[in-house]
Design a protein around this ligand. Structure first.
Ligand SMILES: NC(=O)c1ccc[n+]([C@@H]2O[C@H](COP(=O)([O-])OP(=O)(O)OC[C@H]3O[C@@H](n4cnc5c(N)ncnc54)[C@H](OP(=O)(O)O)[C@@H]3O)[C@@H](O)[C@H]2O)c1
Length: 264
């Protein structure tokens, strides 16, 4: 009887079709969350939802959205079924790096895509979801930043600028939401082996593979683990930020390659 009266927490994860978002969905499903899974690749969302139901009995609701599209996002969030409206946790994870170029040769399209996804996507979702959290005086927003939000590396200035913006937004949201009991945290990873480099290099598999050669990169599950830690703290604790790096990576540019014999 008691079980039926306790509502399972509901988490919205953007970018749940791959990498960190997908690993986080799996982790939170195992921890009893209900999940709103967001991303553009609907087939992947459906497959993930069905796997999570099979393996964990998790309830999932899939939303096919592009976080750059404010109109689509607004309609989606405002028209969620009643049982799916009270979002407890928002994980602003959808994001990408596009290209690796000095500013003088950068692509305008790449810049727009990174700025619109990483900065505006995070802002749009937060603006749409936070008022409900404020009304309920309950909620937790976790923004996925990066070591690129703390340092700038050659040819990555625009990606680094977007993640520096995510850092500023996290700090600003923390200030704005603190009176309402809404927690705000960020996770800032170093190199994680996901589809990230395939996306950055636009499907050039050879170039993407080289990024992770010669050392043990983080896996998406390592970041899901950090997110789980943040969410499982007692109510009086807010983790502000977790900077998490592979053991072989000391900064955005200092990577001890050949730390793994017979590179991957
Ligand atoms: N991998 C790393 O080394 C690393 C390091 C530091 C920080 N990060 C950050 O971690 C986050 C997740 O990246 P990842 O490594 O897991 O990369 P990934 O495997 O490429 O996953 C990226 C996810 O973002 C989603 N996405 C991208 N653009 C979107 C859009 N316009 N609308 C909705 N969803 C969108 C993708 O879904 P769809 O394509 O299906 O829409 C995908 O699910 C990003 O914010 C990234 O900047 C990654």
């Amino acid at each position: 009887m008691i079980e039926s009266t306790i509502r399972k927490p509901l988490a919205l994860i953007t970018g749940a079709t791959a990498g960190i978002g997908q690993a986080t969905a799996i982790r939170l499903a195992g921890e009893g969350y209900r999940l709103l899974l967001a991303g553009r690749r609907a087939e992947r969302l459906k497959l993930l939802a069905s796997d999570l139901k099979t393996h964990y009995g998790a309830e999932c609701y899939c939303v096919e959205v592009d976080v750059r599209n404010l109109k689509q996002l607004t309609e989606t969030i405002n028209n969620l079924p009643p049982d799916w409206k009270e979002i407890d946790v928002l994980i602003n994870n959808a994001g990408l790096a596009a290209g690796l170029d000095p500013v003088q040769f950068g692509s305008f399209d790449d810049w727009n895509q990174m700025i619109d996804t990483n900065i505006k996507g995070t802002l749009f979702l937060t603006r749409l979801v936070a008022p409900g959290m404020i009304d309920r005086k309950r909620g937790h927003i976790i923004n996925i930043s990066s070591i690129a939000g703390k340092e700038v590396y050659a040819n990555g200035s625009v990606y680094c600028a977007t993640k520096h913006a995510v850092e500023a937004l996290t700090l600003g949201m923390r200030i704005d939401f603190v009176p309402y009991g809404i927690k705000v945290s960020s996770v800032s990873p170093g190199a994680v082996e996901t589809e990230f480099s395939m996306v950055r290099f636009k499907g050039d598999g050879e170039r993407a593979k080289k990024v992770y050669e010669g050392f043990d990169p983080l896996q998406a599950e390592d970041i899901a683990d950090a997110i789980s830690y943040i969410l499982s703290r007692p109510s009086h604790v807010n983790i502000q930020d977790i900077l998490i790096m592979p053991a072989a990576q000391a900064s955005s540019t200092v990577l001890f390659k050949n730390s793994v014999e017979g590179s991957k």
